[in-house]
Each structure stands twice: as structure tokens, then as C-alpha cells.
Design a binder for this molecule. Sequence first.
Ligand code: PGA
Length: 257
Amino acid sequence: MRKPLVAGNWKMNMTRATGQALVAELSGLPAAVEVVVCPPFTLLAEIAAHCPAGVSTGGQDCFWVPNGAFTGQISAEMLDDAGARYGIVGHSETRGRFGKLDIDAGDVGYFAETNTTVRRKMEALMRVGLVPILCVGETLAEREAGRTEDVIREQLEGAFQGFTEGDMAKTVVAYEPVWAIGTGQTCAADEANRVCAFIRQWFPAGVQNQVRVLYGGSVKAENAAELFGQSDIDGGLVGGASLDAAGFRRIVEAAAP
Ligand code: PGA
């Protein structure tokens, strides 16, 4: 049986004071749900040290080399040292698009991440025993062009190239349609479930029942129960709604079996 997982992605939000106050309000969440908060790097060690029982922490990104002359980067080893147990990889805000990033034209990825660098980051996290939360998902233009499955297949093939089945089974995949992130436009639950099932079925048979597949994109207290009630959705990756303790608690409760 897969344990439901709800991860809060704080993105570039919170201070030491507001972050600590938020996690202080997260005690007593249902033990049947694994709960993760992913603060900015500067807060990670402090939040990891102050998380109530049952809540663990994750990084929002990492670099794949353990240490060295890489200004501005944070390695998987550093996430581990700060107390993280998870790491988000391949978020649409860190991916780029085909090397033609144009922020002024409204491109969504800011850090030109490719399927190859995503795989290196996945490997780096696994090397230190952290659990990758791999984000995949299509843009609106890709969906309208009927390319949703093709895009996701490419993202999965790139991220898991060379992985053993045993390692695949330890990871978490989040289906995050780019058009649903931060827009308030949640993907309909049955459609989210259909794509999550597609993701699950991409894996070898022995992995399918073990890998956890989450949905992310405008998850909130009001729609969480319907999304998490779907057969192939094992929980959620929550952005904006994870910044409010009461709302995040309701989302976690909605994931309890
Ligand atoms: P959102 O973000 O919940 O604010 O849409 C989700 C995410 O980017 O992980």
C-alpha cells in the first residue's frame, strides 16, 4: 500500500520568523500521511530542526556536483547536511524550454534546466539517500497540440535513464500541468487521474505499485479531497496553499485514507 504524501513547496517565500510560525502550527497532522515542507535554502536547516513529528523537509532544487567552484549552487550533500529528506527536481519554474529561454516573452522556466540536468540532479539526490520529487507536466500550448503524453514520456525517459527498478521505486513523481500552476486553474480530477495513471504505467510493472504519483497545480483545501480520492493520485505538491497553516492542514487531512 502506498502511503499518501503531501509536499508544500514554499518557493521564494517566508522568513525565519514566518516559516517557524507556520511549521509550529503543523503538529498533530494525520500520521497516515507523509508530510514534507520545502522551504528556501536559507531556512532549510532551521525549519528541519523545528519541524513537528511527522513533518520532514525537502530542498526545492540542487546542483549535481558535491562541492566546488559553482557560485550560487547548493549540492544534494548540502541539502542532506541541512536535514532535508526530499528534493524537488525539474519544477517548471527551474526547467527551460529547448534552450530558447525568453523570460520577456513569458517563458515559464527561469533556469534552463533540461531533461539531462534533471537526471543528474535525481542521481545526486539518490547518491545521498534523499528522495527526489520529480516534476513533469505539459504547457498549455503542448496540451492544445495534443502533445501531453509525448512531453511527459520524454521527461520521464530523460529523468530515469539508467535507473534500476529498485531506485525508481523509491522516487516520487509529481504531475504538474504548467498551465495549472499558480493560476487557480486546477486540472479536472478525472483528467489529472488519467495523466497520473499514464505516468504510473510508464514504469516497469514491478515499480508501478510502489512509485508515488502526486498531482500539483492550484491544489487547495476546497479541491484536495476530490483530487486525492482518485485511484492513481497518491497526494499533492502544493505551492501557494502551503503558505497558510490552516489551509495546508485541511489539504493534508484530505489525503488521509
Ligand atoms: P501552486 O503551485 O499550488 O501554487 O499552483 C504548485 C507548484 O508549483 O508546485
